[in-house]
Ligand binder design. Structure first.
Ligand code: AMP
Length: 455
């Protein structure tokens, strides 16, 4: 087995690795680091959770430890698809470069240009950026990319999903032809293949088995959920989620719940709060400082349940998440792999529970095809219709929340159309006005006895 000391990383980097408590390199590190240190291009096909971030940051720090940056001319560039991921890469640099004198700048939206310009003006060894923000700086004439010696593209498949490929191509044309490129993607879509064929030179290809690390340590399950009535599907589904959470008992220390739509992220987080769960939402419509606060408290263990959209939670690095719930089956099967990769990290055990309603079954098939395995299914009994006499015992009292009044500003038109349909809702009269009584003003002892019934 390869040891870190076999890898020819600088002694100061080795010291930081020891302090991080890593014993052996992960497979992608063992294979990518020697090639990167030789100056070769690397094509890493690996998902998050495999240790891929260290597989490029460690050799970069070793190489950059020699030499100095010139004003406005960064010596290396890391491109990441989202602000969160970029911030996480920056944190990795802080951890592994703590004994090396390296300067870095993080160019992400939500941070003032002035602050970032000041850093770049001084000269940085590592520039970590989202593609759009990097090009904004470049176009303002504040940045020269002609001294970039190492360029990293992280999570290229997500860049593709987010429409960043033209930006990436443009950035490749702005950095020197002689640079070294380290390129990472969880999957090799044809468009990604084309980019790597165009911009990488005889790369050392490292492929880490797609779901190997995930499937070994993550227990996966699908809850087949059938609503009793279409107009009750949304609230019954949230109830099914609460039951799934309760069923995990004390084994559930913390969890990320993924929703396909941003509106659902808000609704689910609010609904869980209403039922006494410690939860908060994170998605792209929330401002950066709020997102950071939420992520920090989740990381610190102060927040138990994070309800997230795919993009916002992308690459989220919290080493010990015990559970991932998919409130919906994702429409891109790769997202399933990314989502469940938030748990079971670095050899720990984790559980991934997915709620699948009949309309999601096609998406579930696609996920299973990608994984090349079937995920064990559990049928979830439809809650008894509320109109029946037994409903008071079996069903939740009408939750006072439910869909927010205003749609987020940047919501896609199709989503807006869907959620503005009139519907009959518990907690609202037929004109959509909130009903006062067993809606917003539920006495707490009723909630409590309901919670007890749920366990
Ligand atoms: P990544 O795939 O880069 O998102 O990393 C996944 C997680 O593995 C992070 O929490 C890292 O801190 C951790 N990690 C990276 N390399 C190692 C290693 N060699 N041994 C143990 N944990 C590691």
């Amino acid at each position: 087995m390869t040891k870190f000391t076999d890898l020819k990383l600088g002694p100061k980097v080795q010291k930081a690795i020891e302090e991080a408590g890593y014993e052996v390199p992960t497979p992608i590190q063992a294979q990518a680091i020697p090639a990167a240190l030789e100056g070769r291009d690397v094509l890493g096909i690996a998902q998050t959770g495999t240790g891929k971030t260290a597989s490029f940051t460690l050799p970069m720090i070793t190489q950059l430890a020699r030499g100095r940056a010139k004003a406005r001319m960064p010596r290396s560039l890391v491109l990441a698809p989202t602000r969160e991921l970029a911030a996480q890469v920056a944190e990795n640099f802080d951890t592994y470069a703590k004994h090396v004198k390296l300067t870095k700048a993080l160019l992400i939206g939500g941070v003032s240009f002035k602050e970032q310009d000041a850093l770049i003006d001084k000269g940085v060894d590592v520039l970590i950026a989202t593609p759009g923000r990097l090009l904004d700086h470049f176009e303002r004439g504040k940045l020269l990319l002609t001294d970039v010696k190492i360029m990293v593209v992280d999570e290229a498949d997500r860049m593709l999903d987010m429409g960043f490929i033209p930006d990436i191509e443009r950035i490749f044309s702005l950095v020197p032809f002689t640079r070294q490129t380290l390129f990472f993607s969880a999957t090799m879509a044809p468009e990604i293949e084309r980019i790597t064929n165009t911009f990488l030179s005889n790369p050392h290809r490292v492929e880490v088995a797609r779901q190997a690390s995930a499937s070994e340590t993550i227990e996966q399950r699908v809850l087949m959920f059938r609503p009793s009535r279409k107009d009750r599907a949304a609230s019954e589904k949230r109830k099914a989620l609460r039951e799934a959470i309760e069923a995990e008992g004390d084994g559930l220390k913390n969890a990320i719940i993924f929703c396909n739509r941003k509106t659902d992220v808000d609704i689910v987080a609010k609904s869980l709060q209403k039922y006494g769960y410690d939860s908060a939402p994170i998605h792209g419509d929330l401002d950066q400082s709020q997102r950071n606060r939420t992520l920090d408290s989740f990381r610190a263990g102060d927040l138990r349940i994070l309800v997230a959209s795919d993009v916002a939670a992308r690459g989220l690095d919290v080493p010990s998440v015990t559970h991932v719930f998919n409130f919906d089956v994702p429409s891109h099967p790769e997202d399933y792999v990314h989502r469940i990769g938030r748990t079971g990290r670095a050899g720990r055990e984790g559980k991934a529970i997915t709620i699948c309603q009949p309309s999601d079954e096609k998406n579930l098939e696609a996920v299973e095809k990608l994984l090349e395995r079937t995920i064990p299914r559990v049928e979830v009994a439809a809650p008894a219709p509320a109109a029946e006499a037994s409903a008071a015992v079996q069903e939740a009292p009408a939750p006072a929340i439910e869909e927010p009044k205003a749609e987020p500003a940047d919501q896609k038109p199709t989503e807006r159309k869907r959620s503005s349909r009139p519907r009959s809702r518990s907690g609202q009269d037929d004109k959509g006005r909130p009903v006062v009584g067993m809606g917003d003003h539920l006495p707490s002892f009723i909630e409590k006895s309901f919670e007890e019934r749920m366990t």
